[in-house]
Design a binder for this molecule. Structure first.
Ligand SMILES: [Zn+2]
Length: 316
């Protein structure tokens, strides 16, 4: 079982909290952060705070501050990464690392798997097949320095990516069907999220990645890219794709659910104790009083990590 592999691995567990400053964080983000923190601390691992701001168009200072406010409120600490918003902008913003991403893009280009695409958003949509890009530019052989063009990676039909899960199971994602020939470099020259995330995971040596099941196609895309690159350790990464938190009506929580923003809950509750009591139930922790994340950690067993539906009862 994979769990034992993580525990007996001589290498220390290295994971990361990777919020995006494109909106105010909500209960679903807290769920993901707490699961990541618990699993990493349980393994006495190292935790990085990595704020993914490569898609800077939607970034606002208020969203960056919101990340720090919520992590402090939740009582979650980290070992590496920015200590506050100023430190983040000064030393850790992804926009400060153009070389790191350019190198990966150059390596990918050398593999011959990339091609240049000049399609506009509406052209892509018009030519879409089953929701993915149809590959119009695949055989045009445009030069990599073509202006106002994106780079895509050719994903052969029937590509299935096997994803090793923390529980010991393996998930299989049909990448071509899910993502098609996805973009790796955007028209503005910046790396796409898949490349920036992968490059940072290389750089920081992540070996345990916790994220929601909605990011399974992204995980598959990143594993696909990692396999195109020269030998690297990304193939050793173990993933825990947790279920998405749902409200009692069975609906997915989303950023649009304003009343469930952590900002609103902070004002309503002052302390995160109600949240941690609800999480104790999801994690099948029955004994004792739980009022903070340390209490949860003391009684936490990875064997009880949620795999099916997750609903926080008693919160609504
Ligand atoms: Zn195109």
């Amino acid at each position: 079982m994979r769990l034992e592999k993580v525990e007996t691995n001589a290498d220390v567990v290295r994971s990361r909290l990777a919020p995006t400053p494109s909106g105010f964080l909500h209960l679903g983000n807290a769920f993901s952060f707490v699961l990541t923190w618990l699993l990493t601390r349980h393994h006495k691992g190292r935790l990085l705070l990595r704020i993914d701001d490569i898609d800077a168009g939607r970034k606002r200072p208020a969203y960056v501050n919101d990340i720090f406010d919520n992590l402090h409120w939740l009582g979650l600490d980290w070992d590496k990464g920015p200590k506050d918003a100023e430190d983040f902008e000064f030393s850790f913003s992804q926009l400060k690392e153009p070389r790191r991403y350019a190198q990966i893009l150059e390596e990918l280009w050398k593999t011959g798997a990339l091609y240049v695409c000049t399609c506009s958003r509406s052209q892509v949509q018009a030519a879409c097949m089953n929701g993915v890009y149809s590959g119009t530019c695949r055989h045009r052989n445009l030069a990599p320095d073509t202006p106002d063009a994106a780079w895509r990676v050719y994903v052969p039909e029937n590509t299935i990516i096997a994803i090793p899960e923390y529980s010991g199971t393996v998930r299989h994602v049909p990448l071509a069907r899910e993502m098609g020939d996805f973009v790796v470099r955007r028209k503005n020259g910046l790396p796409a999220y898949q490349v920036a995330s992968l490059a940072d995971d290389f750089h920081y040596g992540s070996n345990l990645i916790v994220r929601g099941v909605d990011l399974l196609p992204s995980t598959a895309a990143q594993l696909f890219l990692a396999r195109l690159l020269p030998p690297n350790a990304f193939g050793e990464v173990v993933f825990y794709h947790h279920p998405l938190l749902r409200d009692p009506d069975g609906l997915k929580l989303s950023k649009s659910a304003g009343s469930l923003s952590l900002q609103a809950l902070r004002q309503k509750w002052q302390s995160p104790a109600p949240l941690y009591r609800a999480l104790a139930e999801v994690l099948q922790i029955k004994s004792g009083r739980v009022s903070n994340v340390e209490d949860l950690l003391a009684a936490f067993s990875p064997l009880h990590l949620p795999t099916g539906e997750a609903t926080l009862t008693g919160l609504w």
